[in-house]
Design a binder for this molecule. Structure first.
Ligand code: SAM
Length: 223
């Protein structure tokens, strides 16, 4: 597959440290969150908390572009878009996620109440319109962040951060960041993609398995 410069050992070990803490069963579902800086800030928070993949539904327009705010975090969080809300929620429920809509409504519970150590998805609503009625009818529970000010809502990326860091707090206490949540084969595959994204794409295109890597991320055999 041609000459490829090996990844620096320090970077390879850093990638492993981050991948070891990725949570495959903690995610967000963004419902038409369309402003690039909000979308970017949420993905950056997902990276910080250890969310492995994030989901979005864009019925009102295109998936937003990433802005400077993302700081490159989009390379480390898998982003899935779905054609509509029903498909997205069906997909996440099939993976046993409980779906919580961040939404200030009468029967919402305080965001600190749920058990986020279980497979969890946080649905966040559009900047202007909030969470749709359809979403409310499909989710398991609404959650709210108590507000004591004059303004009735938080910026969506701030709300996402508050809730995701509560999930992080609970998962840290439960020891869920202590071991990788992937099977070894998946772990090695993702690590290769993170360390050598261009090469991984070439192997994918050729339909070939990735080569094994050494302790420091070096190639063990000639490609
Ligand atoms: N006018 C919208 C409404 O009535 O819902 C405000 C939308 S708010 C700017 C964008 C999103 O941030 C909301 O849909 C919700 O997901 C989240 N959010 C903001 N403040 C929140 C709070 N205090 N509790 C829970 N979610 C909140």
């Amino acid at each position: 597959m041609g000459e490829m410069k090996p990844v620096l050992p320090r970077r390879y070990h850093r990638l492993r440290e981050v991948l070891n803490r990725r949570q495959t069963d903690l995610t967000v579902l963004l419902e038409d969150v369309h402003k690039p800086h909000n979308f970017s800030a949420i993905i950056r928070t997902c990276d910080a908390v250890g969310v492995f993949s994030a989901h979005g539904v864009y019925t009102e327009g295109d998936v937003p572009a990433f802005s400077e705010t993302a700081k490159g975090s989009q390379k480390w969080v898998d982003i899935h878009t779905h054609p509509d809300l029903k498909t997205a929620i069906g997909h996440l429920k099939n993976q046993n996620h409980t779906i919580y809509a961040a939404h200030l409504t009468e029967n919402a519970v305080d965001y600190r109440q749920p058990d986020y150590t279980q497979p969890t998805c946080i649905l966040l609503g559009a900047e202007k319109w909030g969470v749709s009625e359809e979403a409310i009818s499909l989710v398991d529970q609404a959650i709210y962040i108590p507000m004591f000010g004059m303004v009735q809502s938080l910026n969506v990326s701030v709300a996402a951060a508050v809730i995701l860091f509560e999930a992080q707090r609970q998962r840290l206490a439960a020891g869920q960041y202590n071991q990788p949540s992937f099977d070894p084969e998946t772990y090695d595959r993702i690590l290769f993609q993170w360390a050598y994204p261009d090469l991984a794409a070439m192997y994918d295109e050729a339909g070939k398995p990735y080569p094994a890597l050494g302790e420091d991320g070096q190639f063990l055999i000639e490609n």
